[in-house]
Structure formats: C-alpha cells, structure tokens
Design a protein around this ligand. Structure first.
Ligand code: SF4
Length: 511
C-alpha cells in the first residue's frame, strides 16, 4: 500500500464562527472517533493531519497539499458544511469519507456527496478504505460493521491529537473519554436506544486516567457515554483505584435512575462536578427517571426534589427536556416546566425541540409513515433551530408562542438571579450565566421571536411548515448562505434538499 497523506476534520460546529462561546468552549466538544481513526491510520503507516474545526481555522490551508484522503466527522447540523468541504477536496483530487452521527442518520443522502460513508466503524473498515482509496462517485459506498466496536485507541495513543485541540481552549480543558457505548434503555426517539450496551475494559479506563495525571494536576474529563454509570460499581472502582479522591474532575450525562443518593455520595467523592440527566417530558418517557408511574404536577414535585438532592452533591446540573412530544398538549407541559424552574432554581434547563434524525431512531418510521416530517435543511437540525416534526397537538404559531414564553421565563432576570444564588460554586455560577446570555439563552429567544413573526407574516413559510410545499423559504437559505461564508459556493445546490422519507422507503424495500 502506498503511504497515504490523510486529513481528518472533526466538525465541532456548522460553519465559521467567532463568537465568545466558540472561542472558549468549542475545542471541548471534539469527538473521540476522529482521534481513534487518526491513530489507526498512523499505525497503518499513513501520515495524518487532524483538525478539530472550532469555527476559526482556515480549512483551505489546514490540510497539507496533495492530501490523498480526507475523513470528515459531522453531526447533522454540520452536514451541509461537510458536503461543501467534500466538494472542495474532490476538486483537489482527494477521496472523501464521512463519519459521525450524520453518516449513521442519513447514509443514503450522504453517499451522493462522499466516496465512502461510515456507519459503525472498526479498524478493519478503515483498513479496507486505505487499501482501496479511490473515487466512488457518482454514488459512494456505505460501510458499516454489525455492531459498535469497543476496541478503541487509548488516551495515550490519542494524546498527540488531543493535546493540540486542548491548546485551543483558553479556560476549561476537557479530555474526551468513553467508558461504554449504547444504552440498556429503549427511549424510542434516541439514536442509542437500538445500540446494545457494552462497556469498555475497566483496566484500560484506569490506565487512561493514570496517564492523564502525567499531563494535568487535576484533569477535567468529559465522559461521552450516552448514559454514564450503568455498571456503576465497576466504573467507580476503576476511578477510585486509578488515584486518590480529588484527583479528577468529571462531567457526564446520566439518567435519573442511576443518580440515587447512595450513588451521588460516591459520584461526589470521585470528583464528579457536572451531571446532565434527562427529564424529557412530564407526560411520558418516565422509564429512565424512576418516575414511570406518575405524570404532570406529581412528576414535577418528585423530579424537583430529586434534582435538588443531586445539587447537594454535584455543583453543576443541567436537566434536559424535549418540547413538542406527541404526549404534550395545551399549556400544561410548558407551565409545569416553569414550576420546575421555580422549585429547582439551581438546575440549568436544556431544551430540545422534537427532531427526527433520518434513520436514527425507531420512532422516526412512525413519523414518516404519517407524513409529518418537514424537509428543513440539515443545517437547522441541531435540536433547537427547527422542529422537523409537525406537532400533533399544536398549531405552529401557538407552539412557538409557548416556546418563547418558556424560554423568556427560563432566562429572565429573576430566573438568572435565583440560578446564580442556588448554584454552589463559582465556575458553575459563571458558566450558567454565560450560557444564558450567549446564543443558547438570549440568542435562541431572539431567533424564536423572529421565526414567529415570519410565520405570522409570510404565507410561503406557513405552507412549508404545514407540509403543503417543499420549497425551502428564503429565510432559511439566507441563513445557510451567511453561516457557511466562503463555503456556500462549494455547496452543491441539490444538497439543500433531502428525502425525508428515505428510511420508510428503505424499510418497504426490505419487507
Ligand atoms: S436513557 Fe438516554 S441514552 Fe439511553 S436510550 Fe434513553 S435517551 Fe438514549
């Protein structure tokens, strides 16, 4: 095999971005798999340049001249950016490969723009590509292993790619680690609900942690597990055997059912500083929150008490909610979330609008069968810029009125003050404030207000939202054009559209 010159681009964001948030936090959002693929390619004898794209790097110059193969990792919100980049690198005679969540959610769309599109990626699949590095257009190949691999490179092997990325983070520096893949729960909207749970080797986790102590006095570690702590005892033993208490600081996403008081005492002792449990809804999805039998007001009371108890042990808590679920109707779900904010003022509320990502989750088939998926361009599928499912129980303007009202309430001066007071430590206090006044709080509020105004005034917008027209309103195309900057000219114009029912058609073809 010829020695290949390989570029790997991890798209942390969906276009050039110079905001304060991007400058301070984007480097902390780097993914693990691009780093793993980089180490595998080096071990196969290739020369590798990895760029974690945080919004400010010049991607026309970041990879070496004459690059043979370019891997791009993207979430769906960065898909159009990724398609433009693939087109650019094709013009430089490189072969292109797409990995990451977008490749798993929309493989049939992505093969139109990339030579290879990767589902579950293993070392064998990467070797196959290196051995057959050739253009596959007009339609690329989709390659996927039968299951997700847990044979990943160690932190020490990835360090040469982790270190330059962390140098871009001026304040907090999070090292990404993975202790497990998949999830034993089956929340029907979730990409991990159909991926069998597997944990990594706990001895390797211990070795990774000990390695990090040679690089930082008290490293910050972000666990990328979909649901951290399922095999709680073994995890905590690995951490406590790696070094004495207080040696590490951890951030993890975990379900409320794992966050019992007994577990929280151990979480605190082992250095957990931030936890992100999912509440999702007051009316469904209770199986992972230890509140499967209760709904509504009673659930608010129970979850508030639980979250307040978590805050007694862990200084930073973000509670995640999904807005627009089919079980929601009327004002109640929004009003109940406001009650929750009153009762648990220290928790940062993270809101997602219901989104169906292609073939990510079983529930998406139902949405496609009932013709409810709206073809918003991928650029807006970031869980908050667009809800691509027509709500079952709301008209759009009414829905956005309620979202605006809840967002204003959550980031009002009163709520910010109460959150600041109820958050126990200094860094989490300022983190909450920064998130509220940046694009996440105030920025989203401004966007929703503009959107509601457009929906009121613009008939073409309403027709698109109601599924009566597939023509993408200029409101959206002009945002993509502005956000992509110089990359807009490289975006194939067909890439603004995608088939929202591809998963359904594929299923029919298989049956
Ligand atoms: S508990 Fe979390 S990770 Fe697991 S299936 Fe549900 S939403 Fe997905």
């Amino acid at each position: 095999m010829k020695t290949l010159k390989i570029g790997i681009i991890d798209l942390v964001c969906k276009g050039p971005n110079n905001t304060l948030w991007a400058q301070t936090m984007h480097a902390n959002l780097a993914s693990i798999m691009p780093q793993v693929v980089a180490t595998w390619c080096e071990q196969e004898g290739c020369s590798v340049t990895l760029v974690s794209y945080t919004g400010k790097e010049d991607l026309t110059k970041a990879l070496p001249d004459g690059v043979d193969l370019v891997f791009i990792s993207a979430f769906t919100q960065a898909a159009q950016f990724a398609y433009a980049l693939s087109n650019f690198f094709h013009s430089r005679k490189a072969v292109t490969v797409l990995g990451g969540p977008h490749a798993r959610c929309y493989p049939d769309d992505a093969v139109q723009y990339f030579d290879y599109v990767l589902g579950f990626t293993t070392r064998n699949i990467i070797s196959e590509i290196l051995n057959n590095c050739s253009r596959q257009q007009p339609v690329g190949q989709f390659l996927s292993a039968a299951k997700q691999t847990i044979e990943l490179s160690s932190v020490e092997e990835r360090w040469k790619f982790i270190e330059p990325t962390l140098k871009k983070a001026p304040l907090l520096k999070f090292v990404p680690m993975l202790g497990s893949v998949g999830c034993p729960y089956t929340c029907p909207f979730c990409i991990d609900s159909t991926v069998p749970y597997q944990s990594m080797n706990f001895d390797l986790i211990k070795t990774d942690l000990q390695f990090l102590l040679t690089k930082f006095k008290s490293p910050w570690i972000a666990w990328h597990d979909p649901n951290f702590g399922v095999r709680f005892g073994e995890y905590m033993n690995a951490i406590s055997e790696a070094a004495p208490p207080g040696s590490f600081r951890f951030v993890a996403e975990s379900s409320l059912s794992i966050l019992t008081e007994d577990h929280l005492k151990i979480f605190r002792q082992n250095g957990f500083k931030a936890l992100l449990p999912g509440v999702e809804s007051w009316y469904e999805l209770g199986n992972k929150s230890r509140a499967s039998n209760i709904t509504g007001e009673e659930k608010v009371n129970r979850i508030s008490e639980h979250v307040n108890m978590i805050l007694r042990y862990i200084p930073y808590v973000q509670t995640n909610f999904v807005l627009g679920l089919d079980s929601d109707s009327g004002a109640d779900p929004f009003e109940l979330t406001k009650r929750f904010i009153d009762r648990s003022p220290g928790a940062f509320p993270g809101y997602s609008l219901l989104t169906a990502f292609g073939e990510a989750a079983p529930l998406n088939l139902e949405y496609q069968k009932s013709g409810r998926v709206i073809p918003f361009p991928f650029h807006f599928l970031d869980n908050h810029s667009a809800m691509n499912i027509k709500p079952r129980n709301y008209e759009w303007i009414d829905f956005y009125n309620k979202v605006i009202n809840l967002t204003s309430y959550s980031f009002s001066a009163r709520a910010l003050y109460r959150r600041f007071k109820a958050t126990p430590e200094r860094t989490p206090k300022w983190m909450n404030l920064m998130r509220a006044i940046s694009s996440e709080g105030y920025g989203r509020l401004r966007f929703y207000q503009k959107l509601r105004q457009k929906l009121t005034e613009d008939k073409a917008m309403r027709r698109f939202f109601n599924g009566e027209s597939n023509e993408i309103p200029s409101f959206y195309t002009s945002i993509i054009k502005k956000d992509l900057g110089i990359w807009w000219d490289w975006l194939p114009k067909s890439a603004l559209h995608h088939d929202v029912n591809a998963f359904l058609q594929k299923n029919h073809a298989c049956t």
